[in-house]
Design a protein around this ligand. Structure first.
Ligand SMILES: [Zn+2]
Length: 407
């Protein structure tokens, strides 16, 4: 019998999210691997065994036991797209979007550029402190890995400062994957000098590579063209970056054409919800049809074509100010009409694949990083059926109990 660090026992359902080596796609999305009365054995930050509680109790002696007492146990949630580091909440302009009325006495600067101005003015210490507070809450809601982008600096100094802040978040229980998004939008001061800004983004790539693993570009009618995107992407690849892409959120700039086999599409239902894309608008007495009522059919078509899909909160102050992947999973069911098994795959193993970490985490399998969530409910469907409160009871990150509701 082996002595190990931690044994998680007595899960009514132990969702493993085990799939083939590429993650879940097509019909396989609908079959979730669940072990009844399951347990996970953990040692030195890694999963060393998974199976029925009775079997694992025979095989391992643990320094510490976390008894799930009939509750649900799953892999830690992977949030593969975020704009975690910023200054400047945008709740004031949001009221205007909701009501359709200009707020008297409130002159609102627009959108991302508002956040850019506040972020440029913020110190690294202030940005880091807020990001750390947000990470604490994400952890409490079950997230154990998150991708974090720059993109609110849009000048060399602030973009590199953001990357240093992101780098400084290492050591938090939520594991960070850093991305350079210099090509987020065209900053106001470059409004008629697109070419100069694209060159600035490319010229910053070598310095940013010290901290960033990925390079991201927003390819869209209101951001960068497909040709500009390709130039930035080629320069990034030459420096050893891996690529991510914001494609066609607003219009069709040709970005989706880049989605070939191997690409993981990331769905953002909290954006659909927050921007009210599926709700008709009132314009005076007239009802204007919803901007994007086609979401459920579009998502189903992507699944039917065998595309790999993941879910993310896209945490940002403009289009998705939520820290909770649970809320995202709940919205994916209600807005995109996805089933429970599909949603669990997309929030765990497929999201890990979206960060090229599918072999390392995202499922409860021997050898993987020990990121585990113990929920307050016994079955995985209940996490999606319920909504509005935090259903997490405990989070194990990298083999250690990093958060607990009982504390
Ligand atoms: Zn984004």
């Amino acid at each position: 019998m082996r002595l190990i660090d931690l044994l998680v026992t007595n899960a009514t359902e132990l969702v493993t999210s085990r799939t083939d080596a590429r993650g879940a796609a097509g019909a396989a999305l609908r079959t979730l691997d669940v072990i009844a009365n399951g347990a996970v054995a953990i040692d030195k930050g890694r999963i060393v065994d998974v199976g029925p509680t009775r079997t694992l109790r025979r095989r391992h002696r643990a320094r510490r036991t976390l008894d799930a007492r009939g509750r649900l146990v799953t892999p830690g949630l992977v949030d593969c797209h975020s704009h975690l580091v910023f200054a400047g909440s945008r709740h004031v302009e949001y009221e205007q979007l909701v009501t359709g009325e200009a707020m008297p006495g409130k002159r609102l600067e627009g959108g991302i550029r508002y956040t850019v101005a506040r972020t440029r003015a913020a110190s690294a210490a202030a940005l880091g402190a807020q990001a750390r507070r947000d990470l604490d809450r994400m952890l409490a809601h079950g997230t154990t890995t998150i991708e974090v982008k720059t993109g609110y600096g849009l000048d060399r100094d602030t973009e590199l400062r953001m990357l240093r802040v992101i780098h400084g978040l290492r050591g938090h229980a939520v594991d960070i994957v850093p991305t350079y998004l210099g090509a987020h939008v065209l900053p106001a001061e470059y409004a008629d000098r697109r070419e100069a800004y694209v060159r600035l983004v490319i010229d910053t790539l070598p310095a940013a590579r010290r901290w960033a693993e990925y390079c991201d570009v927003w390819c869209d009618t209101i951001a960068f063209t497909a040709a500009e995107t390709e130039r930035i992407a080629r320069a990034a690849l030459a420096l050893g970056y891996r690529l991510r892409l914001h494609a066609d959120q607003v219009g069709d700039a040709g970005g989706a054409a880049l989605a070939r086999s191997g690409v993981v599409g990331v769905l953002l239902p909290s954006v659909t919800y927050h921007m009210m894309e599926m709700i008709p608008k009132l314009d005076g007495a007239a009802l204007v049809p919803a901007a994007k009522p086609f979401w459920p059919a579009l998502v189903r078509r992507m699944i039917d074509r065998g595309m790999r899909l993941a879910l993310s909160a896209d945490y940002n102050p403009g289009t998705s100010p939520t820290l909770s992947m649970q809320s995202v999973m709940q919205l994916a069911a209600r807005l995109y009409r996805l089933g429970y098994a599909e949603i669990w795959h997309m929030a765990t193993i497929n999201a890990a694949h979206a960060l090229d970490r599918g072999a390392d985490r995202g499922s409860l399998e021997t050898g993987k990083r020990a990121d585990v969530v113990v929920w307050s409910v016994p079955e995985h469907g209940m996490v999606i059926n319920r909504f509005g409160t935090n259903l997490v009871d405990a989070v194990v990150a990298n083999g250690r109990v990093a958060w607990s509701a009982a504390r």
